[in-house]
Design a protein around this ligand. Sequence first.
Ligand code: TXA
Ligand code: MG
Length: 331
Amino acid sequence: MTPSEADYQRAVDLLLAGELVALPTETVYGLGADAANPTAVARIFAAKGRPADHPLIVHLAGHDAVEAWAEQVPIIAWELMETFWPGPLTLILKKQAWVPDAVTGGQDTVGLRVPGHPVALELLRRFAVAKGEHAGIAAPSANRFGRISPTTAAHVAEELGERVPLILDGGPCAVGIESTIIDCSRGEPVVLRPGHISPLHLEAVLGRAPAIETSHGAPRVSGSLEAHYAPITPLRVVTGERLLDFLNAQRHRGGTCGVISPNQPPQAGMPHAWRMLPADPVGYAHDLYAALRDMDHASVDLIVVEALPGGAEWAAVADRLRRAAAGAGQI
Ligand code: TXA
Ligand code: MG
């Protein structure tokens, strides 16, 4: 799953020419463009069908590039970078004046991340050498707007097909859900999107539990729209106790269900499609989007997800499921 020398060269050439390149990261695949080139960034929005006021994350080759993009970097932000980069954490910081509005959605902040995937890092390093100053790759998840983020190169092809001239294949993503986003631009750090790096991990660095502000419906953080990360098939979250009754009722109505659950099917001969996911939050997150995609392909009438335990370690997955249920097709 390692791109060839020629693949990297072609990727850098495309980026320099203002074209798009899909790239693997450890979270999900990204749809990348030269972040300093507004025309290139506009192509991202066109390919995704995404409203242009939604800010993008800029991916960097290393910490030393941060100050080219961010004007103010609080000490706490440096500490978070030292601890979690390269890795699945995005920091929102006050931007440098030159950073294009196309990237920031016209805001005075910019989202920055050094991804922890060898292919992404190799591409970022090569792009930095070729471009010189202001080398960063703006990359939202490589899916159509509102849909499930891709965790394999095949998913990207399914989502964007001809709209992207090159997809670098780096294998399946290790994390499987999008990065944790933490706003360091307004004093106290605030979590805007939960992810693999949990409040407990952040607390170890911050010295206290971080504030969390994920439920607002404003488009400032597009992942914060209630309907997001959604399959096409309608999706319901049902508690374990109600699950059997719910499935039986569906069957009486002649509806087929695809069940996603951390448990075995309760009885043999269950007529519904059943996908068992790992019972731990990290393993579950890793497999969730692929499972939702499979269910869309299984042509069931309804995706039924067994409700998960509460608790901080499940927060990121619970967030994605809530939005998937809100955004999925209606019954
Ligand atoms: O894991 C990830 O973060 C993936 C990979 C490709 O890095 N990227 C990703 O991008 O999930 P996207 O665009 O699908 O989500 C990025 C989120 C959006 O919700 C966007 O609004 C938010 O980051 N964001 C970016 N810049 C921001 C800013 N200046 N202020 C607030 N939110 C920002
Ligand atoms: Mg996205």
